[in-house]
Design a protein around this ligand. Structure first.
Ligand code: AMP
Length: 285
């Protein structure tokens, strides 16, 4: 496995890769969710590349940029074990040199859900992923459905800006008790972790009702809200949206839908979602 810690080194290493390249952009603190993306990139391409970069432009001023977990040594070991060929670990100064002034914005898809609570977040995400795509020049890029809005924003960006690559959505990987894996789960105390289970439980209940024929978006939203309200310290949103463009249903669910949740347990912000009405893995244990 090659590691590149500068743009120059990355370009040189990339130039040596012949054939298809599968790419997994990450912020490190890697877990089995990331590993599932890496394994798929390895399996479906001649080569696999991973980036590890905690992107400052996607964090708000009061968010956890400074304390975001950094576990580079373990991350390298996981990449190597998964069969990754190339790991790119740039610094902020390399990605945002002084005078940096070019941004990518996916306008409408960035507005609802997380966009409402994290202004500028998806502009930061779209910009860094665009830059990473320009550097790595992947054939395919792998993203988790856990970050459903990010996946929607980046799929739109690639289509709108004619980027020559395929975005591959990957199912959410969960702990055995249902909690969606996240680098931020390590912030949770044992008691908070227990309370955080209300999220996957609430989403499973919505799946169960949907499977029984419930199509009233308002009712399913209130089921989500009731299940979360008792355990979470703050529910930012609990919403059922059209999967295609994240717009709201006026009444009945009549197209594939995203049931999505975000909020705080203690001081940790957690997100999770399930897709309704389209094949895909459920929030099951
Ligand atoms: P992050 O390091 O949090 O920026 O995540 C990097 C990539 O891993 C993104 O495409 C995430 O959606 C994906 N990812 C994070 N957690 C999971 C999970 N539990 N299951 C599947 N993919 C995940």
């Amino acid at each position: 496995m090659k590691t590149a810690n500068s743009i120059d080194a990355l370009r040189k290493a990339r130039a040596k890769l012949r054939g298809s390249v599968g790419f997994v952009p990450t912020m490190g603190a890697l877990h089995e969710g990331h590993v599932s993306l890496m394994r798929r990139a390895v399996k479906e391409n001649k080569h696999a590349a991973v980036s590890i970069f905690v992107n400052p432009s996607q964090f708000g001023p009061s968010e956890d940029l400074a304390k975001y977990p950094r576990t580079l040594k373990q991350d390298f070991a996981l990449c190597k074990k998964a069969g990754v060929d190339l790991v790119f670990t740039p610094t902020s100064e390399m990605m945002y040199p002084s005078g940096f002034d070019s941004w990518v914005e996916v306008v409408e898809l960035s507005k609802p859900l997380c966009g409402e609570f994290r202004p500028g977040h998806f502009k930061g995400v779209a910009t860094i992923v665009c830059k990473l795509f320009n550097l790595v020049q992947p054939t395919r890029a792998y993203f988790g459905r856990k970050d459903a809005q990010q996946l929607a924003v980046l799929t739109r960006m690639v289509a709108d800006l004619n980027m020559p690559l395929e975005i591959v959505p990957c199912e959410t990987v969960r702990e055995s008790d249902g909690l969606a894996m996240s680098s931020r789960n390590r912030y949770l105390s044992p008691a908070e972790r227990e309370r955080a289970l209300c999220i996957s439980r609430a989403l499973r209940e919505v799946e169960r009702l949907y499977a029984k024929g419930e199509r009233d978006a308002g009712h399913l939203t209130s089921v989500l809200e009731a299940a979360l309200g008792a355990e979470m310290d703050e529910v930012q949103y609990a919403d059922i949206r059209k999967l295609s463009d994240l717009s709201e249903f006026s009444d009945k669910i009549n197209a594939p839908a995203l049931a999505a949740v975000a909020g705080y347990v203690g001081s940790t912000r957690l997100i999770d979602n399930v897709v309704l009405g389209q094949s895909g893995k459920a929030a099951r244990k």
